[in-house]
Structure formats: C-alpha cells, structure tokens
Ligand binder design. Structure first.
Ligand SMILES: Cc1cc2nc3c(=O)[nH]c(=O)nc-3n(C[C@H](O)[C@H](O)[C@H](O)COP(=O)(O)OP(=O)(O)OC[C@H]3O[C@@H](n4cnc5c(N)ncnc54)[C@H](O)[C@@H]3O)c2cc1C
Length: 285
C-alpha cells in the first residue's frame, strides 16, 4: 500500500500482524518479506540485526554546482587521499552539470579516529591543491546529508519463523564498491521463489526458510568475502599506489581494473599473490 508506513509488527502463532501508526491499516501475514532498507526496524527488532561498525559504512554527500575539471564523458572520480585512508572522497558528475560530492569511510574507523566527516569533507575540498583549484568557484546547492550503508562483509541470519529480510534490511551491500541495488534485486527475487515454495508446502517455519539464507550466500557469499578483502587492500597505500601507477602505464591492467567491478572472476585476480608477482616483473608495460 503506497504511502503507508508500517510501524508495528507483532508476532502471532500464524505469522505477524503489521500495522501503521494510526492503526487504520492492519495486515495479518503468514510471511513477511522485509525490504524496508538500511534503517529497517523489523530487521533490528525481529531479525536482531544490529549495526556493527566494522561492517557498516558512514557516508556524507552534498550537491555542488560549478566544479571544474570534469573529464569528458562524465566519469565518476574516486580519490583515495593519504590523510583520509581507508576512506575515500568522490565526485560523481551529473548530466545537468552539477556534481554529487561526498566522503565514505567504515564506521569503526570513523569512531576510532574520532573523525568528523563533515569537517573532513570541507577540509579535503580546501586542502588538496588538485581539488581546491577545481572547487574555487563552486558552491553547494543543498545541505550535506549523511547515510549509513549496512555492508555484507559478515554472514548473518536473514530469515526466521515467518519472515525473510532482503536488500539493505539484510545487510547485503558490497563492502568494496558500496553497491547494493543488484544484491537487493537478487535477494527480492530469491525471496519470491522461497515464498512460492513456502505457500505451496504451507510451511513458513524458520527451519524451512533457512533455504533462503543458503541460496543467498551460495550466490553472493564468495563475491562478498572477496570484496571484503579488496576493501582491506585500500588500507595499504603502497600496494594500492603500486597497482594504480602500473595501471597508468599498462593498458591491459587498466582494463582489468575497469572491468573488475562487473566481473567477479577478474576481481578475483587481484587477491592472488601471482597477480602482483606478474605485475612486478612485467617491465614497463
Ligand atoms: C548516497 C548513496 C549512494 C549509493 N549509490 C549506489 C550506487 O551507485 N549503486 C548501487 O548499487 N547502490 C548504491 N547505494 C546503495 C543502494 O541505494 C541500496 O543498497 C539499495 O537502495 C537498497 O535497496 P532496498 O530496496 O533494500 O532499500 P531502499 O532502497 O532503502 O528501499 C527501502 C524502501 O522501504 C521503504 N520503507 C522504509 N521503512 C518503511 C516502513 N516502516 N514501512 C513501509 N515502507 C518503508 C522506504 O520508503 C523505501 O522506499 C547507495 C546508497 C547511498 C546512501
């Protein structure tokens, strides 16, 4: 039901009774598929998924107009800056000439290093000459907004008696790229298949629905753990710089890195020591 915010969910012997704040909308469900996003109260209260800072990313973004130096083709820019590792600064050019500008960092580092992301975002724009020059005549067009991304770097229980969690509610965001749309769609599709089976067999028990968890982690488990390893690589600037410098000179490597975001087999190469060995001894190109 469009425009209805589910506020209460009460476990009943048959499933759940869900209702909005006013109590006008009441739904009795044998099966709940919760896709209410990163701040899902259902996932927190029923699924017992807490925010775990080492598996969570904090981000800020603000829209700017007047940023210069955007490359033809509106390529996105990710800047890994020495004083802001293991976080990163981004500029995403938009079609109308404005830019989505922001910073992201794992929440545990934000806490440990007592980082104020808002201060960092403004500092980065002013401090680094390669950026300050480009922001000289730029101005923000809205307020800075904060986000939390529940990362899929930890395997969690994402179903139970009469429910399944999908998308951000199930913490399925790729821990390296920060992408969550694909995994949200995949988990929704998988939950629909599982729901069909549950309805046909009239079995909505947590034991039966465990098959949903198995299907999700069978499909996404390797990819998520590989991305988690890649996320950790960013902590080593020397290794990261080495790969990027080589990529600047080496077309094949450059293309490898470009497609690795789409191709899991190629991304897998980056975690193998042999990959770095070959790079090291591959001469100038
Ligand atoms: C700044 C930012 C940039 C991102 N960029 C990318 C990107 O480039 N590529 C990518 O793949 N991913 C990106 N992501 C992640 C991506 O947005 C999410 O992973 C994805 O949207 C998750 O989809 P979802 O359906 O699980 O949740 P959501 O898209 O959050 O949808 C949840 C829906 O549930 C509704 N809802 C919430 N609570 C209730 C309630 N109580 N009752 C009823 N309805 C409710 C909400 O209104 C919302 O419509 C980005 C995230 C952020 C914050």
């Amino acid at each position: 039901m469009e425009g209805v915010e589910i506020d209460q969910f009460v476990k009943t012997p048959e499933g759940f009774t869900c209702s909005d704040k006013s109590g006008n909308y009441i739904i009795h469900a044998k099966l709940v598929i919760d896709g209410s996003g990163a701040h899902s109260q259902f996932a927190k209260k029923i699924g017992k998924l807490e925010v775990e800072k080492e598996h969570h990313c904090a981000g800020l973004r603000v829209y700017y107009k007047g940023v210069t130096g955007i490359k033809e083709g509106n390529y996105i820019e990710l800047h890994f800056l020495k004083d802001f590792l293991p976080g990163y600064f981004w500029i995403f050019p938009l079609a109308d000439g404005q830019c989505n500008v922001g910073v992201g960092m794992r929440s545990d580092y934000v806490g440990k290093k007592r980082i104020n992301l808002k201060t960092e975002l403004n500092n980065i724009i002013q401090k680094y000459p390669q950026l300050s020059e480009r922001f000289k005549n730029a101005e923000p067009v809205d307020d800075i907004r904060g986000y939390g991304l529940p990362l899929g770097s930890k395997k969690r229980a994402i179903s139970g008696d009469n429910y399944m969690l999908i998308g951000d509610a199930a913490s399925l965001i790729d821990p390296f790229t920060g992408e969550g749309i694909g995994n949200a769609i995949l988990s929704g599709y998988t939950a629909a298949q599982q729901a069909k089976e549950a309805i046909e067999s009239k079995n909505f028990s947590g034991t039966a629905l465990k098959k949903f968890d198995e299907a999700i982690y069978r499909r996404l488990g390797d990819e998520l753990s590989l991305s988690y390893r890649m996320q950790k690589l960013v902590k080593y600037p020397w290794l990261f710089n080495f790969v990027v410098r080589k990529a600047n000179r080496n077309k094949v490597l450059r293309e490898t890195i470009m497609v690795m975001f789409e191709d899991i087999d190629i991304r897998d190469r980056l975690r193998k020591p042999s990959f770095y060995f070959k790079l090291l001894f591959s001469g100038k190109n």
